[in-house]
Design a protein around this ligand. Structure first.
Ligand code: TXA
Ligand code: MG
Length: 329
């Protein structure tokens, strides 16, 4: 795929409208954007970045008018939330809020919360307003690499994997936005960024709760959804036999006939398309988790491309039942 660096904002809007991904400048770092309400488009972000697992993404809104569509505004901490929004939006500031149904699970890695930002960058602002849809956009780098602050950095990272990089010049802040959650009358800083703890402390008590500090291995990120039902990875459901009276649900990769041996079946992708599978993964896991099962068995997906991210997520879910998304409760 040929990658173009351009300033053609209309072309960006058109690609985004078609469910494609585009790299865009923000005032912090360049982001790799997709329509946040299109799970297949969002899956392309993970694919291009080669993330080994799904991390929750930041959703960039066209304006505050969109907030009510995407999140349930806090009831208890409403005043504090509004003060922060008035002061720091639009800007390099991200707030984690209770997500509404409309936000696809792949955007939030299955969490009940979503990180929301309104960028002040004129290029991003124009594109997201013209599109009139929220944009999911993590930093536009390959996994494990530093965030890009110029269009050329993005080209070095993702050239050949995406169609278009919109050049807005070097970014102003060069580090990613400050991420906070407001709860119990205080401000938890989940990631430090351009809006400092000092600035935030004018608004209330501050707690620095950076998850990376507590994590000894990447798989232990306490941010991801893990099913409560035990999960086991299997190669193929055909040869699997549930024990007597055991209610087993199947997360299937291979085409399945409705089968009596499983109490519930969710097929990741009829077409065996890894993007579609990635987009469906968290939704299906959640559905199976709510089906009163004794066990979920998940068929291994091929490990190529996005499959590695899906497998990583499934492996984690199968080993690590104790990890709950406690960060934001
Ligand atoms: O400046 C930025 O924030 C850039 C630009 C492109 O907007 N974006 C960015 O996204 O840095 P990313 O995906 O590289 O980082 C997102 C951060 C991660 O630390 C993630 O854990 C956190 O936001 N995050 C996202 N959703 C969350 C949630 N529901 N709860 C807690 N943390 C969340
Ligand atoms: Mg990043």
């Amino acid at each position: 795929m040929k990658t173009l660096i351009s300033t053609d904002r209309a072309a960006a809007v058109e690609l985004l409208r078609k469910g494609e991904i585009v790299a865009l400048p923000t005032e912090t770092v360049y982001g790799l954007a997709a329509n946040a309400l299109n799970p297949i488009a969002v899956a392309k972000i993970f694919e291009a970045k080669e993330r080994p697992r799904f991390d929750p993404l930041i959703v960039h809104l066209p304006s505050r008018d969109w907030l009510g569509e995407i999140v349930d505004l806090p009831v208890q901490d409403r005043q504090l939330f509004l003060k922060l929004a008035d002061k720091f939006w639009p800007g390099p500031f991200t707030m984690v809020l209770q997500k509404r149904e409309i936000v696809p699970e792949i955007v939030t890695a299955g969490l009940d919360t979503v990180a929301v930002r309104i960028s002040v960058h004129p290029v991003l602002a124009e594109i997201v307003c013209e599109l009139d849809q929220p944009l999911a956009a993590p930093s536009a780098n390959r996994f494990g690499c530093v965030s890009p602050t110029t269009a050329q950095h993005v080209m070095d990272e993702l050239g050949g994997r995406i169609r278009l990089i919109i050049d807005g010049g070097p970014t102003e802040h060069g580090i990613e936005s400050t991420v906070v959650a407001v709860r119990g009358g205080k401000i938890d800083i989940l990631r430090r960024g351009p809006i400092t703890a000092e600035q935030l402390s004018e608004f209330g008590k501050i707690d620095i709760v950076m998850p990376s500090r507590k994590i000894s291995a990447p798989g232990q990120l306490p941010l991801h959804y893990s099913p409560k039902t035990p999960l086991r990875l299997i190669d193929n459901a055909e040869s699997f036999l549930p024990q007597e009276n055991q209610r087993v649900g199947l997360l299937a990769w291979n085409p399945v006939e409705p089968e009596k041996k499983f109490a519930a079946v969710c097929l990741l992708s009829k077409r065996q398309d890894l993007r579609e599978a990635a987009a469906n993964l968290f939704r299906h896991l959640r559905e199976l988790d709510q089906s009163a099962l004794d066990l979920i068995v998940a068929e291994r997906v091929p490990s190529r491309g996005l499959g590695a991210a899906i497998l990583d997520r499934l492996e984690r879910a199968s080993h690590d039942q104790s990890v709950v998304p406690d960060m934001l409760e």
